[in-house]
Design a protein around this ligand. Structure first.
Ligand code: 2RA
Length: 312
C-alpha cells in the first residue's frame, strides 16, 4: 500500500488534497505541517490524522513512498531535498522546481508522458494548468502561433490569508488587486504563465502574453483567451477538439461558482476573434484549488502509480 505524506496538510490546498485522497480510497496517509500546526488533528475519511511536524528528520526517514508538498517556495526548497534523500517521490506545488531542467512539470491529461522521473515532479501554477488544458487540444488540432490571456484570479490563489482577507471584507468594499511581484514590465504571475505553459506544451518559444488581475471571488479562476493558430481553425472545430479533451468540459457563460468543486476546466464562448480574422476567442473557468492544484497533484500520483514509478 503506497505510503503517502501530505505536507502543508492544514492549508487550503492540503485540505483539498486530503479530501481527494480519502475519496479515492488511499489508506496509508500521514499529515505534516509546520511546528505551529503540529499536534492538531485534521479530518481524514471517517476519522482524523494527527499532524506531524514537517522537518528534515520526519520527511527524510525513508518511510514514505510519495509526498505532496503544498507549502511555500522557501519551505519546499528546504524540505523536498530531505524527502528525496529518503527515497520519497515528491509532488511539489510551489514554484521551487518548476523550471528546473530535468524536473517534469506535469498537467495530468496534457503531458503525462513527461513523467519519467522518480524524485521530484512539479505541479504547475494554477493559471498555467487551466490554460494548458485549453491550449493543448487546440495546438494538436491546428498548431498554436500566438496566445493572449487575461486572468481573473480568485483570492484563494493567495492561500489561507487571501481567503481570510476576503471573508473579512464587506461585499461593497471588494476591489480588484494586482498582488504579484514585478519582474521588469510584467508581474511574476504573467512571466510564470508564459514560461510554464511553454514547458508543459513543449513549446519553449510560444508567443504568449498574459495580463493577470486578482478579483474579489473566493474560489475559481477565470481566463479570457485569444489564440492564433498555424492552420485555420473554425470555432466549431475548436469546440469539437475541446469536447474530446481530457479534463475539459464545455460550458457557455460559466462563472467561478459554476467551477467550484468540479474537476474539469470549463470552456465556452468559443467564437471568431473579430479583431483578427484568423483567431479565436474563448472563456474558461476552473476550481483553482482542485484541477488548479490538489486534484492535478493527485492525478499525477495516479499516473505515477500506473507507470509503476511508485509502489502500489
Ligand atoms: C495565484 N497562481 O492565484 C497563484 C496561486 N498559486 O496568485
Amino acid at each position: 500500500m503506497t505510503r503517502i505524506g501530505v505536507v502543508g496538510a492544514t492549508g487550503a490546498v492540503g485540505t483539498v488534497t486530503l479530501g481527494l485522497l480519502t475519496e479515492r480510497g488511499f489508506e496509508n496517509v500521514r499529515a505534516f505541517a509546520s511546528s505551529r500546526s503540529a499536534g492538531k488533528q485534521v479530518p481524514y475519511g471517517r476519522g482524523e490524522l494527527r499532524v506531524e511536524e514537517a522537518d528534515a528528520e520526519s520527511l527524510g526517514a525513508g518511510d514514505l513512498d510519495l509526498c505532496f508538498f503544498s507549502v511555500g517556495t522557501d519551505a519546499s526548497l528546504e524540505l523536498v531535498p530531505h524527502a528525496v534523500a529518503g527515497g520519497t517521490v515528491c509532488i511539489d506545488k510551489s514554484d521551487a522546481f518548476r523550471l528546473t531542467d530535468g524536473v517534469p512539470l506535469v498537467v495530468a491529461g496534457v503531458n503525462d508522458t513527461a513523467l519519467d522521473h522518480d524524485e521530484i515532479v512539479a505541479n504547475p501554477n494554477c493559471s498555467a494548468i487551466q490554460l494548458s488544458c485549453v491550449l493543448k487540444p487546440l495546438h494538436d488540432a491546428a498548431g498554436l502561433s500566438r496566445v493572449r490571456v487575461a486572468t481573473y484570479q480568485s483570492m484563494s490563489g493567495i492561500g489561507d490569508s487571501g481567503i481570510e482577507r476576503l471573508r473579512a471584507t464587506a461585499p461593497a468594499e471588494g476591489d480588484l488587486a494586482m498582488d504579484w511581484d514585478m519582474e521588469g514590465d510584467e508581474f511574476s504571475e504573467e512571466s510564470k504563465l508564459r514560461a510554464e505553459t511553454g514547458k508543459i506544451l513543449d513549446l519553449p518559444d510560444l508567443a504568449l502574453h498574459a495580463q493577470c488581475v486578482r478579483v474579489p471571488v473566493l474560489v475559481g479562476h477565470a481566463q479570457a483567451i485569444w489564440v492564433e493558430t498555424v492552420e485555420q481553425l473554425s470555432a466549431d472545430a475548436a469546440r469539437d477538439a475541446l469536447a474530446a479533451a481530457p479534463h475539459v468540459g464545455l460550458h457557455d457563460l460559466a462563472t467561478p461558482k459554476d467551477a467550484v468543486g468540479r474537476d474539469e476546466v470549463l470552456v465556452g464562448r468559443i467564437r471568431p476573434d473579430t479583431a483578427n480574422g484568423t483567431g479565436l476567442a474563448l472563456w474558461s473557468v476552473n476550481d483553482n484549488l482542485r484541477k488548479g492544484a490538489a486534484l492535478n497533484a493527485v492525478q499525477i500520483a495516479e499516473a505515477l502509480l500506473e507507470r509503476n514509478l511508485i509502489p502500489a
